[in-house]
Design a binder for this molecule. Structure first.
Ligand code: C2E
Ligand code: MG
Ligand code: MG
Ligand code: MG
Length: 278
């Protein structure tokens, strides 16, 4: 009986392997189709001022609802989109959609706030990046000061001199820049000092155990001190409970994003949130 059960499990595992392979094969085709077919949506996670608790912006996060497979998490389709190069299409689509959305909220009379977009390394390296972004801003009539681009350390440090050049141009257009997932990659302090950025985003892996782990406490305090010394804004992501919020507030982290305040929300829910605040 036991043996029969084992055999059954092996059989199931083989099947799973095949279906995973099949999935990632057709996933790419599907993703390509999804970008054109409205299967993708953008959810928005609110960002708050840590002291006053005011809503200061939202981060746009891509969501994929596949007709058969249901919701596929970004942890699965973003790496795939990066490998296949589809990420540039996806990022462009999200940028346009989020800018249109932000402008429409402002037009409906809600207080203007910044909208943050994640840019992949591949997208950041596109030769037509500046041209594309200015066109989207022009077409959607979104004032550039409300657009914030989130880039990871590795995107920027991959070629810091070129990055600096592009970032300077983006900043001169009035766009704001955040360094996302700060602390998990490697950053040269020499470049951090010179980089034209506005905000450092403390990675959620340092926030998770901040109440118990003294190493995480040291890292978070150092990032906050560094940010302030360089006159940069600092935001913590992945804040899930009051204890973490209190800790970050006490150590002068200005901004907070996390499930404690809100999960990423679909457009309709964001409007409801705006209405409740108004
Ligand atoms: P990210 O840019 O660091 O975004 C924050 C992620 O943390 C989001 O995951 C968000 O849902 C999650 N999060 C927020 N608050 C909490 C919290 O309190 N606890 C926990 N456990 N998680 C929290 P999501 O939406 O699954 O996205 C994962 C990553 O996928 C993003 O990390 C970003 O790197 C990438 N991504 C998402 N959308 C896009 C996009 O449009 N373009 C690009 N290039 N990357 C994207
Ligand atoms: Mg981000
Ligand atoms: Mg992040
Ligand atoms: Mg992250």
């Amino acid at each position: 009986k036991e043996k029969g059960k084992d055999n059954y499990q092996v059989y199931v595992r083989e099947q799973e392997k095949q279906s995973v392979a099949l999935h990632s094969f057709s996933l790419e085709t599907s993703l390509r189709r999804a970008i054109h077919n409205e299967e993708l949506t953008v959810h928005y996670q609110p960002q708050y001022n840590a002291v006053k608790g005011e809503l200061i912006g939202v981060e746009a996060l891509a969501r994929w609802n596949h007709p058969e497979w249901g919701n596929i998490p970004p942890s699965q389709f973003i790496p795939l989109a990066e490998e296949s190069g589809l990420i540039t299409l996806l990022d462009q689509w999200v940028l346009r959609r989020a800018c249109e959305q932000a402008k429409s909220w402002f037009d409906q009379g809600f207080a203007p706030m910044r909208v943050s977009i994640n840019l992949s390394m591949l997208q950041f390296r596109q030769p037509n990046l500046l041209h594309f972004i200015s066109r989207v801003l022009w077409e959607t009539s979104l004032p550039p000061k409300y657009l914030n681009l989130e880039l990871t350390e590795s995107t920027v440090m991959d070629n810091p001199e070129t990055a600096m050049h592009i970032l300077n141009q983006l900043r001169s257009m009035g766009i704001r820049i955040s360094l996302d997932d700060f602390g998990v990659g490697y950053s040269s302090l020499n470049y951090i000092k010179k980089l034209p950025i506005d905000t450092i985003k403390i990675d959620q892996s340092f926030v998770r155990d901040i109440l118990e782990d003294i190493d995480d406490q040291a890292i978070v305090q150092t990032i906050i001190t560094l940010s302030h010394a360089l006159h940069l804004n600092v935001i913590a992501e992945g804040v899930e409970n009051e204890g973490q919020l209190e800790y970050l507030r006490m150590h002068k982290c200005e901004e907070i994003q996390g499930f404690l305040y809100s999960k990423p929300l679909p457009e309709e829910e964001v409007v409801k949130l705006f209405c409740r605040m108004a």
